[in-house]
Write a protein that binds this ligand. Sequence first.
Ligand code: UD1
Length: 381
Amino acid sequence: MCVVGARPNFMKIAPILRALATHSPRLPAFLVHTGQHYDQEMSEQLFADLSLPKPDVNLEVGSASHAIQTAEVMRRFEPILDTHQPSSVLVVGDVNSTLACALVAAKKGIPVIHVEAGLRSFDRRMPEEINRVLTDQIADRLYITERSAALNLEREGVGAQRVVFVGNVMIDSLLFHRPSARRASATLSHHGFDPNVLLDPNGYGLVTLHRPSNVDTAPVLRELLSVLREVSTRLPLVFALHPRTRANIERFGLSDFIDARRIVILPPQGYLEMLGLLADAAVVLTDSGGLQEETTALGVPCLTLRDSTERPITVEQGTNAVVGTDRSAILACVTDILAGRGKRGRVPELWDGHAAQRIAADLGQWLQTAAADVGESCPPH
Ligand code: UD1
């Protein structure tokens, strides 16, 4: 049983479902969408872009506080497990749906598989960090994207025999879909903007922001938008607005900051549009986890507007720099990048488009072992 809930889950599950379907013997999958994300732009569009099958079940939990959202997923997921009795539950990433479904399965003695395990920002103020730590504690099979994750797990007492380094399924999706990416100019035209804005001698920057720590308090959001406005005097910016950020900009009365000639505001983008915008950008300014990885895979300079990253390999080997929210640091990095002094980086080990196949191969064997162990009270840790 494979679980998705929020936008960053969809590009991770797509290659896994393909790999399970083509594995021999076939590993049948049942897809549960918790409904954490439900908008056309945040969910359905991504399903279409990624050719994901319609979910077998949608729990339709929607938005709420963390406690209510997590609890609702758990409450609605439990009877699905009872009815369908899967051999295992596979969760991806670090969103509330990931933890909620892992917890329900673990308490029922159903083996939990966690894809993208072991990443740590070491910042417990991030809801995702709590989700990551707890999911990994109760997972039976943990697939990691970079070797540093194994060390994090070892420190937390997760047995090495549960951990498998497979690479990055997010990059599987990127490589698979790259040929069908939509050109940035076509995306701008589609939304009624003049695509010539992208032809600035400096190119253009792509922006996404949605972390609560950046967008939920007025002074922080105001400062960030003001920095972005300043950056836009150097190169035009394309800003794909997450619904949380859009709502807060309105709530805090900050719309003037983004009402600039060289800032193009777009709604949340489909996967193929985002790939096109990313691939051609001169720089990406973001607080997203996934974009840090995608820019590293594409060799595009990335400035992470956070104080930490749970994906250190994107800094050590890739094109990512963690710059926080400090105005002078951000502007200095933009200057460097525009002067051709941005990080070049290289593509990390096993980010090769075949991570999902490695997962399917390992999982097939591991589930066989689990089946052979019937009668034992614990799943095969
Ligand atoms: C969630 C994940 C985050 C991930 C992000 C990607 C958690 C804790 N957070 O954050 O890790 O990076 O998804 O987007 O799971 N909303 C809509 N339409 C939707 C979904 C949400 O308008 O389809 C609005 C609602 O006002 C909602 C707010 O966005 O309250 C936040 O949604 P939520 O799912 O709680 O968290 P995200 O900020 O999207």
